[in-house]
Design a protein around this ligand. Structure first.
Ligand SMILES: *Cc1c(COP(=O)(O)O)cnc(C)c1O
Length: 387
C-alpha cells in the first residue's frame, strides 16, 4: 500500500508510546516508576463528574452545534474576560476535542504550503508535526538553560522571514516548566506586532504556577497584539480531565468560523454531555484546582532536590506545569539511549528530550505520588552512578 506522503514525514507521538510501554510493563506485574505521563494523577473532581452524569440522564446525548454548546462557549468567553483580561464573546470560541485538537484545527485552517511557523525548542512534540501535516514549514529556534529555555526577542526577530505566518508560544511550558514573565511577554508582543505575525498562545498550564510566578496572556498586552492572538486552552490539566477530550480555541471570528468548518467535516461537536462537565468546571468552585496545584508544588520541591543531588545531572527550577527537564549531557549518553537503559535496568520510565527537540535532556513528570517519586529518584541515582 502506498501511504500518503504527509504521513511519512511525521513520527508517532513518542510520549504516548513510552507511557503505553510503561503501563504495559505495570500490567505484567513489573514494578515500574513512571514519570512519563503528561497527565495529572488525580481523579476528576466530583462536581464536574456529577454535572456530566446529570446531563446524560437529562438526555444530552444528541448531536449539538459543531462549535460547541452555546452555554459552554459563553462560559469560556466569560472566563477569558474575567481571568485573562481578553474581550471575547461566545462567537470567538470553538469547543474542541482537547487542546491538541484545538491546535490541529488551527493549523489546518491557517497554514498552507510556503508558510513558516516559528516554534521555540524545547517544544511540545506535536507542534512541528501538526505544522507539517498542514503542509507548512516548522522553523525551530533552539533555546537553552542560559535563557531559562525561553526565546529572546532578538532570536524571535531574526527568525522572522517574509514567509512567517505564526509564532507558537507555550507558557508555562511543556517540557521545561518555564514561565515567561509579564515583561518578557510584552517584549515578544512588540516584536510580533512590528512584524505583523500571528501568535497562538497555548495556555493549558496557566493555573499550575509556583513561588509567585505570574501568567500573562499575550493577547491582554494591548489591542494590536490582541487582534493577532489565538488562545488555545483546555480542561485536561487544570481540572484533571485528560480523558474527557475537552479544549477550546479563542480568536478572531473569521478564524473561529474557519476552524468550525474544518471541525464540522471531521469530528463534529465534542461529546455533548461531556461539555456540561466543562461548564461545571468553569462555573463551580476553583478550590480543586488549588488543591492539585499544592500537591504538585510539594512533589516539585522533592524531585528537584533529588535530581540536583545526582552527580552529572543538572535541572533548572521550573516555575510552572508539572515537568522537570534535567540536562544529562555529562553522562555521555544521548537521551534515547539514556531513557531506554533507565527503563530496562531500573524500571524507571522517562521521556527522551529528543522528542522535544533537546537531545541533551530528559523529561520527568511529577504528576505522580510522592512514594513513586522517592523510589524513582533512588533508582535514577543508582543508574547514573553506574554509568
Ligand atoms: C496536554 C497538552 C495539551 C493539550 O492536551 P489535551 O489533552 O488535548 O487537551 C496542549 N498543549 C500542551 C503543551 C500540553 O502539554
Amino acid at each position: 500500500m502506498k501511504l500518503a506522503e504527509r504521513v511519512g514525514q511525521v513520527p508517532p507521538s513518542l510520549t504516548l508510546s513510552i507511557a503505553a510501554k510503561a503501563k504495559a510493563m505495570k500490567a505484567e506485574g513489573i514494578d515500574v516508576c513512571s514519570f512519563s505521563a503528561g497527565e495529572p494523577d488525580f481523579d476528576t473532581p466530583a462536581h464536574i463528574k456529577d454535572a456530566a452524569k446529570k446531563a446524560l440522564d437529562e438526555g444530552k446525548t444528541k448531536y449539538g452545534p459543531a462549535a460547541g454548546e452555546p452555554k459552554l462557549r459563553a462560559a469560556i468567553a466569560n472566563k477569558l474576560q474575567v481571568e485573562n483580561g481578553l474581550s471575547y464573546k461566545a462567537e470567538n470560541i470553538i469547543v474542541t476535542n482537547g487542546g491538541k485538537h484545538s491546535l490541529f484545527n488551527l493549523m489546518l485552517a491557517l497554514i498552507e504550503p510556503g508558510d513558516e511557523v516559528i516554534i521555540p525548542a524545547p517544544y511540545w512534540l506535536s507542534y512541528p508535526e501538526m505544522v507539517k501535516l498542514a503542509g507548512g514549514t516548522p522553523v525551530i529556534v533552539s533555546t537553552d538553560a542560559s535563557t531559562g529555555y525561553k526565546i529572546t526577542p532578538d532570536q524571535l526577530r531574526s527568525s522572522i522571514t517574509p514567509q512567517t505566518k505564526l509564532f507558537v508560544l507555550n507558557s508555562p511550558s511543556n517540557p521545561t516548566g518555564m514561565v515567561y514573565t509579564p515583561e518578557e511577554i510584552k517584549v515578544l508582543a512588540e516584536v510580533l506586532v512590528e512584524n505583523d505575525i500571528l501568535v497562538v498562545s497555548d495556555e493549558i498550564y496557566e493555573k499550575i504556577l509556583y513561588d509567585g510566578a505570574e501568567h500573562l496572556s499575550i493577547g491582554a498586552v494591548g489591542a494590536e497584539i490582541f487582534d493577532r492572538t489565538i488562545i488555545s486552552n483546555g480542561f485536561a490539566k487544570a481540572f484533571s480531565m485528560t480523558g474527557w477530550r475537552l479544549g477550546y480555541l479563542a480568536g478572531p471570528v473569521e478564524l473561529i468560523k474557519a476552524t468550525t468548518t474544518v471541525q464540522s467535516h471531521s469530528t463534529s461537536n465534542v461529546c455533548t454531555f461531556a461539555q456540561y462537565g466543562a461548564i461545571a468546571a468553569l462555573e463551580g468552585s476553583q478550590d480543586c484546582v488549588e488543591e492539585m496545584r499544592q500537591a504538585f508544588a510539594q512533589r516539585r520541591k522533592v524531585m528537584l532536590e533529588r535530581l540536583n543531588a545526582i552527580p552529572g545531572l543538572f535541572c533548572p527550577q521550573p516555575d510552572g506545569a508539572f515537568y522537570m527537564f534535567p540536562n544529562i549531557s555529562k553522562t555521555g549518553l544521548k537521551s534515547l539511549e539514556f531513557c531506554d537503559k533507565l527503563l530496562e535496568t531500573q524500571r524507571v520510565a522517562t521521556v527522551p528530550g529528543i522528542a522535544f527537540g533537546a537531545d541533551e535532556c530528559i523529561r520527568l513528570s511529577y504528576a505522580t505520588d510522592m512514594e513513586s517519586i522517592e523510589k524513582g529518584m533512588d533508582r535514577l541515582d543508582k543508574f547514573v552512578r553506574s554509568l
